[in-house]
Design a protein. Structure first.
Length: 97
């Protein structure tokens, strides 16, 4: 079924499609959408050195460019749930921005 919803006082509605018992697509074999990472900066552990960030334009890259020692201080640390720095910065390193 298709519903047209409009919030009170809003001139535009949202077209919503509802399907029942429809099979959801399986993206588990696509890197980055399943258990495997996208190619690029490793997500499982930080390398000894950062790649060249001279062409990167992101907050992550700016932080490391402004304080090169920061990566060395944080590269071996993990959050209380076991998430390492590599996992946290992977998208900022993989994408030039």
């Amino acid at each position: 079924t298709i519903d047209f919803c409009c919030a009170p006082g809003q001139p535009f509605g949202i077209l919503m499609s509802h399907t029942q018992d429809a099979e959801k697509p399986d993206f588990s074999n696509i890197p980055g959408l399943g258990p495997s990472d996208m190619p690029g900066f490793p997500g499982h552990a930080c390398p000894f050195r950062l790649p060249d960030l001279s062409r990167h334009h992101s907050i992550v890259a700016d932080a490391f460019k402004n304080d090169p020692a920061l990566f060395g201080m944080l590269r071996g640390r993990e959050t209380s749930l076991g998430v390492n720095l590599a996992r946290c910065i992977k998208s900022g390193i993989d994408n030039l921005g």
